[in-house]
Design a protein around this ligand. Structure first.
Ligand SMILES: [Fe+2]
Length: 255
């Protein structure tokens, strides 16, 4: 073997244990600690002529989630999800303890043990995402289609497509809430419109229709009408009723 071949072989062997980044499959995930277990999606030949073998699971891997100040976006990572694992250039054991610089103490470099997982990789077997909202920011449940969308045109949409239910905040500030058969529309500087075949105000148990409300009460309490009398023969006008009519109901139902 030439010297150059020997050096090549030595470098290659050394690089076998220098890890940078590999896709991996999640085996376990703890949403409280954001740590879990992953298996790299890479098989490796341990013997020159042997069959490629899966790498061992990597335990206690920190997962990266969008997080800053008091805010965090936590996604429920599931077994089987594909993630990207990157490998820290120094051992994580002592340097991920308190957010302060620490002596890593261990000599491991770019080791499998020091993986950090980043969720979000999609393998080809997962097919495609819906084509709509390609220009918008979207938070989508791929199974039931429920979504929150910040649209490029300034509209905000929350939708449950199975129920044809949605909340829309239009770029001009108009708000439309749709839950068939009901629609609520709030127009900035304009009317608030409620469309419903069963509109109840004041509570679920509303059952009295009050189409006129105050107008009807005003008329009832103030009305007069002519009358005649036979004894002594004469006519006149009644005074208004001596007792007030009931107040309009605070709980109403229109049907
Ligand atoms: Fe009367």
């Amino acid at each position: 073997m030439k010297l150059s071949q020997l050096i090549d072989a030595m470098i290659n062997e050394a690089l076998d244990d220098v890890h940078t980044a590999i896709p991996a499959r999640v085996e376990k995930f703890n949403p409280q600690t954001l740590r879990g277990e992953v298996v790299p999606l890479v098989k490796r030949k341990l013997e020159q002529d042997g069959e490629p073998e899966a790498l061992p699971p990597i335990l206690d891997v920190p997962f990266q989630m969008p997080k800053a100040g008091p805010f965090i976006m936590r996604f429920p990572v599931r077994r089987g999800d594909t993630v990207l694992v990157v490998f820290s250039e120094r051992a994580l054991d002592y340097i991920m303890t308190d957010g302060e610089p620490q002596d890593p103490r261990l000599r491991r470099r770019h080791a499998l043990d020091d993986a950090i997982a980043i969720p979000g990789l999609m393998h080809l077997g997962e097919g495609k995402l819906p084509g709509e909202h390609g220009d918008d920011a979207i938070l989508l449940h791929r199974d039931n289609g429920v979504k929150i969308v910040l649209q490029a045109d300034g509209k905000v949409l929350i939708e449950n497509p199975d129920k044809s239910a949605k909340w829309e905040l239009m770029p001009d500030g108009e708000t439309v809430l749709t839950t068939p058969p009901h629609v609520v529309r709030l127009v900035p500087g304009g009317p608030a419109v409620l469309e419903s075949p069963d509109l109840r105000l004041g509570g679920e148990d509303a059952d009295e229709g009050v189409p006129l409300g105050k107008q009807l009460k005003e008329w009832l309490d103030g009305h007069e009408h002519p009358y005649t009398w036979t004894s002594g023969a004469g006519s006149g006008t009644t005074g208004p009723p001596t007792s007030a009519s009931p107040d309009p109901s605070e709980v109403v139902k229109t049907v």
